[in-house]
Design a protein around this ligand. Sequence first.
Ligand SMILES: Nc1ncnc2c1ncn2[C@@H]1O[C@H](COP(=O)(O)OP(=O)(O)OP(=O)(O)O)[C@@H](O)[C@H]1O
Ligand SMILES: [Mg+2]
Length: 312
Amino acid sequence: MSAADSDSMLVFATSDKGGTGRSVTSCNIAYRLCLRGLDVAYVDFDFGSPTAGALFEIGQAERGITEGHGLHSYLLGNIGEPKRLTVSGETDRPQLRRNPPGAGELVLIPGDLGGAEFGCDDAMVQRGARLLAKLLSEFAVVMVDLSAGRSVALEIALRATASTMLNHRPHRWLVFHRWTHQHVLAAGGLVHGPHGLITTGAHFGHDEDALLASTRCVRTAVAASDWTRTVDRPPQAAWLKEQANALRELAMANGIGAAMVLGQTPIEPMLQWREQLILDADVNARLANLATVEAYTDLARRLTDSATWDIE
Ligand SMILES: Nc1ncnc2c1ncn2[C@@H]1O[C@H](COP(=O)(O)OP(=O)(O)OP(=O)(O)O)[C@@H](O)[C@H]1O
Ligand SMILES: [Mg+2]
């Protein structure tokens, strides 16, 4: 499905902390959406570390694109359009070089090689909004990987989506976090805390309730709660169960309990060694776990299912 229309959707991938699995999970969701026939743009708004090319194994853009053709140059007003890289055309991974029948196109909009964080001004927000509006007219899903924390990328995203160019378009906010005590506190703070998503969004003109209704959490690399493995160590099993319950309560108390969760991913051995797309071929070759692909497929389905979003 090439033409995006009023149904096309902006998805912002955020996290309070770095290293949460935000990029790896987002790119795998993007890939699963493509397999369902949707054209997807993956936009690297991680300005301080523009390495999205590595996820798609695009050697020429592993750390951003050369010669000032990337998002940094575009947002700073140096070029009229940032460069686009079609994953199937540019990847070094042979299995990704042909799209399966019926699949959509996956396109990366990379940052600049050596690009760094910058300050945010009105012109930059305008350029960001113009780019996202244009991508929305061409792609069914525009997935924007934001820098971690309360970053300039988050500010541009919130201001752009509050602007007249985008405020009538569907936008979703995914907050990625590990399933640990510290990450739950951090993610709860990013959603509900001072200078978090909702208060900052409201400051820039968003409706708080609508923004909250557009926000879901994704728990990444969640350890299996398979207590049978600890059968010979009852104290350990008891401790693990206690922690699991405490975490669930902590998430609830921090406003990111079950109702706020889009889904979760299991620990995937391949991803512990390498950031990449997990292909069906990896499962068939018994390199990756089926549960990992199922988790990404489920996240992609829930993301695009209107029943998930009690908004419009
Ligand atoms: N389900 C998983 N199982 C095991 N490891 C995972 C899983 N998901 C992600 N990882 C690994 O966790 C690490 C961090 O993931 P990733 O780079 O996507 O996080 P990030 O939040 O985008 O980080 P940054 O803030 O640096 O951009 C990577 O090495 C990645 O391969
Ligand atoms: Mg990342």
